[in-house]
Design a protein around this ligand. Structure first.
Ligand SMILES: Cc1ncc(COP(=O)(O)O)c(C=O)c1O
Length: 357
């Protein structure tokens, strides 16, 4: 759907206005997890809150286990639903070697959330949880894995968030084997309208200050205390115009090209050396040595290559786990998405090499 605009690589997905009234594309489809109960909401945090509402009414201890390496919006969603959050440690490569202590698994079960980081299926979590005879409530967080096609058989809930991987301003699918109530609030107008305006401006204008302001303002709307909301009509329409399988193939191709081009660099290394077949990447996470992350990020931004940091952790997590803190200070996500091709990846690698061979 998209392509490189004005030499920019990365950053918020643009919306080409012609797609706002476009017809569904051949090969386009609506994703599903194959769960018996599924509903579309606006954001990942809305989906999580709705899952927590069900869990609260069905019986829980009120204690939630969340990985120390986590998007702050996840922790906030738990807290807003009255859960007390405990962090479990993850390895420096985001793997999981063991489960934290033991869980309450009686009528009042704990909640355990695991994340498919950067689109990579979290096989460690699945393997370790499989060994439990009595399970806590299990929530599978696929917000970074929008191409994941099915839920793990023992998950109670799974959700994604499509706005990170496609032009649509919102859209998150929640799936579960349990029938759950889903009375949803209307879409959040100030968020959707500002986001769509910013995305169409980014498509056609170089007024960076203006569209960045719109993105920030719209994000602040999401950070307010919101009830679970339904997906917006504009996202429903945009979603039918995506070809998910082409996007997935392009991402995998770009990831491999860029990861290969980074081999042997001294200060920048990929977080993972292998690329499993079932891994459709959100981006290419790299670790930057010797406190160079922020400098590299600024250097690339000046050359119109935009890289997010997933994530700046909340201070309370930082106090609890050192390895998550260390990773959060050194990680950078390089863009490999479907807007780009091999020559763009070569440009990203060249610029990184110029910064630090
Ligand atoms: C792992 C993870 N879970 C949940 C969320 C929340 O998704 P949303 O921003 O759509 O609410 C995010 C957002 O970045 C995330 O990265």
């Amino acid at each position: 759907m998209g392509q490189t605009i004005n030499g920019r690589i990365g950053g918020e997905f643009e919306i080409d206005p012609k797609y706002l009234a476009g017809k569904p594309q051949p090969g386009g489809h609506t994703p599903t997890f194959g769960c018996p109960n599924e509903v579309w909401l606006d954001t990942g945090r809305s989906a999580l809150k709705l899952a927590l509402e069900h869990i609260s009414s069905a019986g829980t201890s009120g204690k939630a286990w969340v990985p120390a390496y986590v998007c702050p919006s996840v922790t906030h969603a738990f807290k807003s639903k009255g859960f007390s959050v405990r962090y479990y440690a993850v390895e420096p490569d985001l793997g999981l070697r063991s489960l934290p202590a033991s869980f309450a698994t009686s009528d009042k079960r704990d909640v355990f959330l695991f994340i498919h980081y950067f689109g990579r299926p979290n096989k460690d979590a699945v393997r370790l949880l499989s060994t439990l005879s009595k399970k806590p409530w299990i929530i599978e967080d696929a917000a970074q894995a929008p191409f994941l096609k099915s839920a793990w058989v023992s998950s109670d809930f799974i959700f994604n968030s499509l706005r990170k991987a496609f032009p649509q301003p919102d859209g998150a699918l929640l799936g579960s084997p349990h029938p759950f109530a889903h009375k949803l609030a209307e879409p959040l107008d100030p968020f959707i309208s500002k986001r769509v305006l910013g995305k169409t401006l980014r498509h056609s204008s170089e007024d960076e200050e203006k569209y960045l302001r719109l993105f920030e303002e719209s994000e602040r709307e999401l950070e307010k205390e919101n009830p679970p909301r339904m997906i917006s009509p504009v996202s429903k329409r945009l979603m039918t115009q995506e070809n998910f399988s082409t996007a997935a193939e392009t991402r995998k191709f770009n990831y491999r090209v860029l990861a290969h081009a980074l081999t042997g660099m001294t200060r920048v290394s990929t977080l993972w050396s292998d690329v499993p077949d079932d891994f459709v990447p959100l981006g290419l996470p790299v670790v930057v040595a010797r406190d160079g992350r922020d400098a590299l990020r600024s250097y690339l931004r000046e050359r119109r290559i935009y890289c997010p940091v997933h994530w700046h952790l909340d201070s309370e997590v930082i106090e609890e786990t050192n390895s998550a803190h260390e990773l959060s200070r050194r990680i950078l996500t390089l863009p490999i998405d479907q807007r780009y091709g091999g020559s763009d990846m070569a440009r990203v690698a060249d610029e990184i090499r110029k910064f630090s061979p």
